[in-house]
Design a binder for this molecule. Structure first.
Ligand code: KG4
Ligand code: ZN
Length: 371
């Protein structure tokens, strides 16, 4: 079936068309026909974070052209049609209905409801976090089902998922499609939020995660003249929870100390970025391994914007190897917010709930939706 996915929970206006099948036989497979995204980074950059009302205004301007672009790219890639994929090919509309920023969510949900009504198609609401989880099932854009099995086959249940984004840090046990148990979460800031806030202290701009990763990559351990050691909050706590707000304060103190020592700005940024990344990744991997030891999952996955972090990907993969369980790292293009993952999650929800043509009537937004 063909699914149109719509995602506007935060600062990306994202629309995708995917083809999905095999779910009823327990062998789901997907093709991503188009995955279009309009990023609002340029709008929010000067404020150092996302301004909700500016976000919703930009979503409103971009949602219609983004839907059009996703449909026409899908038509070109699947049917070699140089025009919009006619709405009659679309079997389902999947839209993020939470969690996220209320003004942003409302734009996507209301647009999706309007086209569901106009096209007389079923619509399904998707939990954004569940969308991130299913990014692990998606093949690179344009790849067709036959080669997709390598993606879906690798993941065996029960699976453990480390969800790390700008708004969430959670360890989730997944028993089966649609069956989740949160075993740990952040008590304050999310891992991505910690990257963003500490990047701001270093004057590295927004979003902070990629900026810190880029600075950290320039750092040479041999050139270390200064000793900076950041704490690993809650690394030894007897649970699977996280806390990142203390790390932000420690970064501020260490940064001020280096400034007082008259360290060159360039060197200081590199040292601090390296240490911040080390500290965050260390805590994330350590807690994930603790959960692996206690829950014995058959697979481990990561998801969310911070899952793009190369250090996290390589360090986790290396540390999981001795446990002889499979590890899934999502394609980089599906780590940050996108609509292909929302469409994939929509597929599993569709199989469970079987929405009808009038399902648009019951669709509601929930900014605090839980998994
Ligand atoms: O999942 P996402 O796109 O949006 C939310 O749902 O929050 O995640 C965005 C977060 C931001 O905090 C950003 O700094 C972080 O993901 N991020 C990274 C990297 N790329 C994005 N963090 C660390 N390393 C990266 N390469
Ligand atoms: Zn997200």
């Amino acid at each position: 079936m063909y699914i149109l996915g719509i995602e506007t929970s935060c600062d990306d206006t994202a629309v995708a068309v995917i083809e999905a099948g095999g779910g009823r036989l327990g062998r789901p497979h997907f093709s991503v026909l188009s995955n279009v995204s309009y990023s609002q980074v340029a709008i929010h950059k000067k404020f150092g974070g996302i301004v909700p009302n500016l976000a919703s205004r930009a979503h409103l301007q971009k949602i219609s052209p983004t839907v059009k672009a996703a449909l026409s790219r899908a038509a070109l890639s699947r049917f070699n049609l140089d025009s919009n994929l006619d709405s009659k090919f679309i079997d389902l509309i999947a839209v993020t209905r939470g969690p996220g920023l209320m003004p942003s969510l409302l734009v996507g949900v209301n647009f999706a409801r309007a086209i569901a009504y106009k096209w007389q198609k079923p619509i399904i609401g998707v939990n954004h976090i569940e969308g991130h989880i299913y990014s692990n099932w998606l093949p690179p854009i344009g790849e067709f089902p036959i080669s997709n099995f390598q993606f879906s086959n690798k993941i065996k249940f029960p699976a453990l998922i480390l969800i790390v984004s700008g708004g969430h840090t959670e360890l989730v046990l997944m028993k089966d499609y649609g069956k989740y148990k949160i075993i740990g979460e952040t008590l304050d800031d999310a891992a991505g939020e910690c990257f963003d806030k500490t990047a701001r202290i270093l004057g590295l701009g927004f979003p902070g995660g990629p900026a810190i990763a880029a600075e950290a990559a320039k750092f040479k351990v041999q050139s270390l003249k200064f000793k900076v050691h950041l704490p690993r909050p809650m690394i030894n706590s007897n649970d699977y929870n996280f806390s990142f707000s203390g790390l932000k304060t420690a970064v501020l103190y260490a940064h001020n100390k280096l400034v007082a020592q008259d360290t060159s700005r360039k060197v200081m940024r590199q040292i601090m970025a390296y240490e911040i990344q080390e500290a965050i990744v260390d805590v994330l991997v350590s807690k994930t391994l603790k959960a692996v030891r206690n829950f014995n999952p058959k697979s481990v996955m990561i998801a969310g914007g911070v899952a793009a972090n190369e250090k996290l990907r390589t360090y986790l993969a290396e540390k999981i190897t001795p446990y002889k369980i499979s590890i899934s790292l999502p394609e980089l293009s599906y780590t940050t917010d996108n609509a292909a993952m929302i469409a994939a999650a929509g597929y599993f929800n569709y199989l469970k709930k079987k929405p009808q043509k009038d399902s648009w009537k019951k669709m509601v937004v929930d900014a605090n939706l839980r998994l």
